[in-house]
Design a protein around this ligand. Structure first.
Ligand code: MG
Length: 387
């Protein structure tokens, strides 16, 4: 029995992870849950999975949750960053699913690593912001970081039993999002509801916008660099609108290995949870006779500057990826709030990056300071766009 802590349990990944756990109750048990402000769903999850501990962001939500659950469970309800850290380091858990959205996932993930937990990593920002520190600490603690991001899970699966020195290239596939065939003039007019309509994957709002701008793929390039210890120049992004081939690895001898499957996050989640075993999820199988043509297209980096900006920030390294990520989070927030246009997203990020006084080998506090600085800077740039 593997006992698991889920950070971000009410988000899209968290809900899918609990679905996998619920289907395999002889193998997995929930020891801790942590969520933001959706206490209605968290209450249901606590009643079903009976974790020892559950964390929420706000103290007032913790109070309400304690009232709602009075006499029903023994779950200890905690709040704030301290509570989140307790859920990340809970004694009885062997594995932590890191699925909080955005930069907020970094500190709880580092807490889990320090506590010696294996990590099922969905929060790519952990690697984008602090890949050097995270990989070093994970190695020192002797814990595994198992990718949950579907592309990285695919690469991880293709690399099983392979030698790293034989990798020639990694081919990271991207769906291309809802605006794949748009012209620049059309992109300037897209509305939030269009950006939130992803053709293949059902995900949270932030990542869906990032998919539409291709920033998500840029962040994934940086994530892949750290997870697989490859040079960014060895990573090629190809648009694959069908989302069937989740990514590929090309080896020195010319062989290409890819991982295929239906676009369902429960497959990479269950592989991270059961690794190196595979479990029966009772999910529909991929029907190759019905998939039709599989296409691969070179992404247009002029139409989607976010991809270019992220790759450049990844090559630069140091504090730059954290700055890119923070500026993008603020810009996406402003786009969702209707303050800026879709085509302003890369403009905000580019301006913040250009103003950044970069540090090459930052400590964790310098990364967090750079994140904070980039947010303030982004807010200033956003205000200038809206007025
Ligand atoms: Mg992905």
């Amino acid at each position: 029995m593997k006992i698991i802590s889920v950070l971000g349990s009410t988000g899209s990944i968290g809900v899918n992870a609990l679905d996998v756990v619920g289907r395999n109750q002889k193998l997995f048990q929930i020891g801790a849950l942590a969520a933001g402000r959706n206490i209605t769903l968290l209450k249901k999850q606590i009643e079903k999975f009976r974790p020892a501990i559950a964390a929420v962001r706000e103290e007032k939500d913790a109070l309400q949750l304690r009232k709602l659950l009075a006499g029903k469970t023994d779950t200890r309800i905690v709040a704030g960053l301290e509570g989140m850290k307790q859920a990340a380091s809970a004694d009885n858990c062997q594995m932590v699913i890191s699925a909080i959205s955005g930069a907020a996932g970094l500190i709880p993930t580092l807490t889990a690593i320090e506590a010696g937990k294996d990590i099922a990593l969905a929060n790519k920002e952990t690697m984008v912001m602090a890949g050097a520190i995270v990989t070093k600490r994970a190695e020192k603690k002797g814990i595994k970081i198992l990718p949950v991001d579907s592309e990285h899970s695919a690469i991880f699966q293709c690399l099983e039993g392979q030698r790293r020195e034989n990798i020639k290239r990694i081919i990271l596939t991207a769906s291309g999002g809802p605006f794949l065939h748009y012209k620049k003039s059309q992109l300037a007019r897209v509305k939030l509801k269009h950006a939130l309509k992803h053709p293949n994957w059902k995900m949270g709002n932030k990542i869906t916008i990032d998919s539409a701008s291709m920033m998500n793929k840029g962040l994934e390039v940086i994530e892949a660099k750290w997870l697989f210890n490859v040079d960014i120049k060895q990573i090629e992004v190809l648009i694959h609108p069908q989302s069937i081939v989740h990514s590929l690895v090309e080896f020195n001898d010319g062989a290409l290995l890819g991982q295929l499957g239906i676009p369902d996050m429960r497959i990479p989640i269950s592989y991270a949870l059961s690794y190196p075993n595979r479990i029966n999820n009772n999910l529909p199988a991929l029907n190759l006779l019905q998939t039709g043509k599989l296409e691969f297209i070179k992404p247009d980096r002029n139409l989607f500057p976010c991809l270019r900006l992220a790759c450049e920030a990844g090559i630069k390294g140091g504090t730059m990826p954290a700055v890119l990520n923070a500026a993008n989070e603020e810009a996406v927030g402003a786009f969702i709030a209707g303050k800026i246009k879709f085509t302003d997203l890369p403009k905000v990020v580019e301006k913040v990056i250009a103003a950044h006084d970069f540090a090459a080998d930052p400590a964790l506090n310098e990364i967090l300071e750079a994140d904070l600085w980039a947010r303030q800077e982004a807010i200033k740039k956003i205000e200038r766009i809206t007025v």
